[in-house]
Write a new protein. Structure first.
Length: 433
């Protein structure tokens, strides 16, 4: 059964991946057609074509390797200075430029002169190239908000799940009392499992974040009002100072960092709580911010990734994960010992995270990513505006093809990084169990 569930999880992720890719390319396709650009091909995947069909002027198809997708637009690059596209230089870098330009024209037909990508205004080209990643962002937000508002997330509450018997310095990693440890304030005051804390020092508290902040800010005598089996009881603990996990401005634990703060000594109960629209949007905003930081930090992850793949290093929780790793995680999700609705919600969050990563990664201003074409169009618009202000001749379209040597270098780096992540996902995968 475990193997079958794993295969099911991987298969569902593969379907979700294909849908995500098709959805991405649909953004490019729809806006390109909206602006009158001819699109001869819309393909999901790479490699040999498994299925295709012509509808109008576009061939729609599915290819064998579900590692991406593309649409082909006529005239992605402007002609060279001589107005020709068939010239081929002996210089390897110049050859890259002319090969790219020739490929953009290879299906040029009579009447296409005014239907080429480069002839559209820069703002239209920005929309066409942004539409693909934006579709992934839409899907990520829809999946995330759907899970957050209908199912919810594990949320700490003010109910007591357990009471620590002693004060333990959290930086030590110990979870059991040792000889000489002080009695915890919660245990000494008589706090019990099942109590729900409703007030701290006479002020009502309804959520864990508020209660935690007040406890951390207090040392010495305090009052604790608890609801015990429907009856409110006042306890009088004397809070101790202890080294506890540091929290950031959003109330999230900062890994491997500790601060001195007030300590009561109990474990809060965790419940699955649906979020309201505002809370869901805030959580989604945090997710996007964290994702952006993760993309920027990718180069710094390479040494640890290399050590985890070829050495004896530990694969960290925040290590980059590729398609193979995400598929393995999806297989693990299907085997988790929890209710079916929890499994579905977790799987949808994996898919939402994957689509958010596609959006953020494609927005990097580097060719051959969508963000590179967007940057080229914005640069063209800027220099045309400058020329207009200073009454200089229109410099014409910016030839993005001239950046193709850089694009090949970037693509090579991406391929090497992808292969490293792939190997890490095979030999030392990130696990959620």
């Amino acid at each position: 059964m475990t193997i079958l569930l794993t295969i099911l999880g991987i298969a569902l992720f593969a379907v979700g991946l294909l849908i995500s890719i098709a959805w991405h390319e649909l953004g490019h396709l729809s806006t390109a057609k909206l602006f009158g650009i001819r699109v001869p091909q819309y393909m999901v995947g790479f490699g040999p074509t498994l299925w295709s069909r012509h509808k109008g002027e576009t061939e729609y198809g599915i290819k064998a390797i579900p590692m991406g997708g593309y649409i082909r637009m006529i005239g992605m690059f402007p002609p060279g200075d001589d107005g020709r596209v068939e010239a081929r230089s002996t210089s390897p870098f110049r050859g890259m430029i002319e090969d790219a330009r020739s490929a953009a024209y290879e299906e040029l037909q009579p009447g296409d002169e005014k239907r080429m990508f480069y002839t559209r205004k820069p703002w239209k080209r920005v929309i066409v190239m942004f539409a693909g990643p934006f579709m992934n962002l839409i899907l990520a937000v829809a999946l995330f908000l759907g899970v957050a508002m209908s199912f919810g997330f594990a949320t700490q509450t003010t109910e007591v799940a357990g009471v620590q018997k002693c004060v333990i310095d959290q930086s030590t990693g110990r979870d059991k009392c040792a000889k000489g440890d002080r009695e915890s304030p919660a245990y000494a005051a008589g706090l019990k499992e099942g109590d729900r804390i409703v007030a701290f020092n006479g002020e009502r508290v309804d959520d864990w974040d508020t209660l935690s902040a007040r406890i951390r800010a207090t040392t010495g005598p305090a009052t604790l009002t608890v609801d015990r089996a429907g009856q409110e009881i006042v306890l009088r603990p004397t809070l101790a100072e202890n080294l506890v996990a540091k929290k950031d401005a959003d109330g999230r634990i900062v890994r491997d960092q500790y601060v001195k703060a007030g300590y009561l000594g109990f474990i809060s109960q965790t419940e699955i709580v649906p979020l309201g629209f505002g809370e869901s949007v805030d959580r989604m905003g945090d997710m996007i911010e964290d994702g952006a930081h993760a993309v920027i930090a990718l180069p710094s992850k390479i040494p640890d990734l290399w050590d985890a793949t070829f050495g004896d290093g530990e694969r960290k929780e925040d290590s980059p994960v590729g398609i193979v790793g995400a598929a393995r995680i999806s297989g693990e999700v299907m085997n988790l010992d929890m209710p079916t609705q929890n499994i579905i919600a977790t799987f949808l969050l994996v898919l939402a995270t994957f689509n958010l990563s596609l959006f953020l990664f494609n927005m990097l201003p580097l060719l051959p990513l969508d963000g590179g074409h967007i940057a080229g169009a914005l640069w063209e618009s800027a220099r045309r505006h400058v020329a207009r202000v200073f009454r200089r001749p229109d410099p014409g379209p910016f030839d993005v093809a001239k950046l193709m040597p850089v694009a090949y270098v970037v693509a090579g780096i991406f391929i090497c990084f992808t292969l490293l992540v792939l190997l890490a996902d095979i030999v030392n995968p990130v696990k959620i169990t």
